[in-house]
Design a protein around this ligand. Structure first.
Ligand code: UDP
Length: 456
């Protein structure tokens, strides 16, 4: 039922080269405090997927480093069936202020939710000791609070999603979760505004997400290697040299990209020298990949010769996201309906997720190759994809929603678009960056500096 994700400890001293001595000292001091406060307690994280999405990405990074600091941290993934994940996806969409699949969140859904979590709770209690700290992530695990409390452990609920202003859907979503969350010892939200009014502010911490600058997703890559990796997997036109697709795995061992990316396109992939607009996102309505497709097809000036790459995970790779296949199908259908001239410039890619490090290096290469990165979310907790692009010196065109406003200052790190439905406005910002590489570079440099200071 529940399974443990193996996270190898990562040597924290290697971060010194990136964050410098002053921040390293602060980091070591914080670690010492954490160790003495925690004593022999274990920190047990529980979520609903080991791969795909920001939550899983974050846990990999944080657990690897805290384990190196001598903190006993573990990560377990719950199991659920399609019906359960349809309900939790509905809650997730509601917390973003959207109807999702339009289904109910009533007593029947509550019964399925509880029945699914009960056997997960039994198994979890076999590993939880009194006084342990159990960090439950997102709506999928909120129903475990009571069981974990009954074992005498402390419960933190960390929520990676939310919406600044409540609406009828957020109210319904929070109404579903609230009975479980009343007894939580501490809450962690990405933004203060995301926490519903009944969350006791004394128990609330706001912690933004962060990236590992040295992981396969973010490690430096030369342009030659970027090109070789993208050509090998089929995301760029041309042939790569044998052996040029090697990289360093998370645990430091060598890896080599072996799998190809599934790509929907007519004709060849983008030429290596063509400007490339990239959005990397799960196939989720909230990421509006379809909107990027239409904005690009209808409003990005063809004279730039730019191509668009919409890249998401292979939909089998994200077990807790039942809508991925449906969103991908809709994007595929929208692509097929485009005129031939647009189709040749727009590419839909599904990155294989079997090997997380291999998937990460492919995304890394794609983000580094991008001329412009977009994040056209309708709602966003805190876009890790945004930070990843910032770290890679990319200018970002994004919507002014959720946590993105804490990441990007309009006109400093990239342009922000107020209305997610304003496709012409969105494309106009892309056009401006394509037309003015020097401006794009300035924004990219600013973005890198902010990521370096605040989001590592
Ligand atoms: N991601 C990935 N492959 C994909 C799509 C996304 O590795 O095909 C990663 C992406 O690089 C980022 C995370 O998934 O690290 C997405 O996190 P974000 O906070 O942007 O959004 P979420 O998916 O959590 O809503």
């Amino acid at each position: 039922m529940i399974h443990e994700v193996d996270v190898q400890a990562l040597d924290t001293t290697r971060l010194i080269e990136v964050i410098g001595p002053e921040r390293t000292t602060k980091f070591a001091e914080s670690a010492a405090i954490a160790r003495s406060v925690l004593g022999n307690r274990r920190v047990i994280n529980v979520n609903s997927t080991a791969t795909g999405g920001g939550g899983a990405e974050l846990l990999q990074t944080l657990l690897a480093y805290v384990r190196d600091l001598g903190i006993d941290a573990a990560w377990f993934v719950i199991e659920g069936n399609t019906e359960f994940f349809a309900i939790t996806k509905r809650i997730h969409n509601h917390l973003y202020g959207a109807a999702g699949d339009g289904g109910l969140l009533g007593p029947d859904q509550r019964a399925v939710y509880e029945a699914t979590l009960a056997p997960n709770a039994d198994e979890l209690l076999a590993v939880v000791q009194p006084e342990d700290i159990v960090m439950l992530h997102d709506p999928q695990t909120a129903g475990l609070v009571g069981a974990v409390k009954s074992a005498g452990a402390h419960v933190v609920w960390r929520c990676h999603v939310g919406r600044d202003r409540p609406n009828e859907f957020t109210e319904t979503g929070w109404g579903f979760l609230r009975p479980d969350l009343e007894d939580v010892d501490a809450f962690v939200f990405t933004r203060d505004e995301f926490a519903p009014s009944w969350v006791d502010r004394d128990r609330l911490s706001v912690i933004t997400s962060s990236i590992d600058p040295l992981s396969a997703k973010n490690e430096p890559l030369t342009p030659t290697r970027v090109q070789a990796i993208l050509q090998y997997v089929g995301l760029l036109d041309g042939n790569s040299k044998l052996g040029a697709t090697t990289y360093r795995r998370r645990d430091g061992s060598p890896g080599r990209v072996d799998r190809r990316v599934d790509i929907l396109q007519t004709g060849p992939p983008p030429p290596a020298d063509a400007p490339l607009v990239v959005q990397v996102s799960r196939w989720d309505v909230m990421k509006d990949m379809e909107g990027v497709l239409h904005a690009f097809a209808n409003h990005v000036d063809r004279r730039f010769g730019a191509h668009l790459m919409l890249a998401g995970p292979n939909v089998q790779g994200v077990t807790d996201d039942p809508e991925g296949g449906m969103v991908l199908d809709r994007c595929n259908a929208a692509w097929r309906a485009l005129p031939e001239i647009a189709r040749t410039r727009i590419h839909l890619a599904c990155v294989p997720m079997h090997d997380p490090d291999e998937a990460a290096i492919i995304v890394n290469a794609l983000q580094r190759h991008a001329t412009v990165v977009t994040q056209k979310s309708v709602a966003e907790g805190f876009g890790l994809t945004v930070v990843e692009a910032m770290w890679k010196h990319r200018p970002i065109v994004a919507t002014r929603v959720g946590g993105i406003v804490d990441q990007i200052d309009d006109g400093v790190h990239g342009p922000l678009v107020d209305d997610p439905d304003d496709l012409a406005g969105f494309a106009d910002r892309i056009n401006r960056l394509l037309a003015d590489p020097a401006f794009a570079e300035t924004l990219g440099t600013n973005a890198y500096e902010r990521a370096h200071q605040e989001f590592l």
